[in-house]
Write a protein that binds this ligand. Sequence first.
Ligand SMILES: NC(=O)c1ccc[n+]([C@@H]2O[C@H](COP(=O)([O-])OP(=O)(O)OC[C@H]3O[C@@H](n4cnc5c(N)ncnc54)[C@H](O)[C@@H]3O)[C@@H](O)[C@H]2O)c1
Length: 254
Amino acid sequence: MTVQIDLTGRVAMVTGGGSGIGRETSRLLARSGAAVGVADRDTAAAQGTVELITAAGGTAVALRVDVRDPAAAAAAVADTLAHLGRLDILVNNAAAWTIKLFKDLTLADYEHDIGVSLIGAMVMTRAAYDVMREQGDGRVVNLISDSGRVGEPFMVAYGAAKAGVIGFTKGFAKEAARYGIRCNAVSPGTTKTPGAQPVIDKWGGEEKLLAAYPIRRLGEPADQANAILFLCSDMSSWVTGQILSVSGGYTMAD
Ligand SMILES: NC(=O)c1ccc[n+]([C@@H]2O[C@H](COP(=O)([O-])OP(=O)(O)OC[C@H]3O[C@@H](n4cnc5c(N)ncnc54)[C@H](O)[C@@H]3O)[C@@H](O)[C@H]2O)c1
């Protein structure tokens, strides 16, 4: 028997869908049958993902949104409903990181990293929550990071934000379960994306990093997209408030 995840009839929104893990996730959700709202502050990048999806026979729309802005978030949800009819899945993937030593980080850097990475996930979830509650069904997947779990140098404000996303994931999962809404997190290890390359360089390059990874390769966006797909699907219907580490064994649960 072939087991296949089928999201036909489902509608997803992926923030930061114009690049890296967000692009790959948008493409995989679309290949699994979902219609996808590709939400990004970079409209051209979002449109690029939409073109890849439609060229492969899928359905997607580009949504311009800065995840920090509640009005833009509400407009993105309204556009998704207008174009795609419903909203079942939200992937809070957009994030921002300032690569500096803590002594050099400014208040503006704290506000930027925490604003996009933590507050952005909360703003987008709030915008989607009423629709999901009315449907009695919803799946939220938040991208977190080892920076927020075991700590990493040069990214302290970002790590603080991602630790906050863990608290948000768990608290929201407990509140929202009564409405048929599940919320989980995927925690990527270093994954080869346009956004991660400056971090890989700062930490001394790929070869140096590999020594810390029991499975001796860095992640590919597809590694993360596969885990996100599982958490968006009915295959994880009794899973909520959890963190799935996708990191080649770099970080292991207690
Ligand atoms: N790549 C890694 O090694 C790694 C490791 C741990 C966690 N993560 C997490 O995975 C997620 C994706 O990372 P990536 O490496 O694919 O990133 P990326 O930089 O390749 O892509 C991020 C996307 O988010 C968009 N974005 C940024 N700020 C935004 C905002 N305010 N509003 C809307 N869109 C915005 C960007 O335009 C871009 O398209 C992030 O949450 C990141 O923290 C990645």
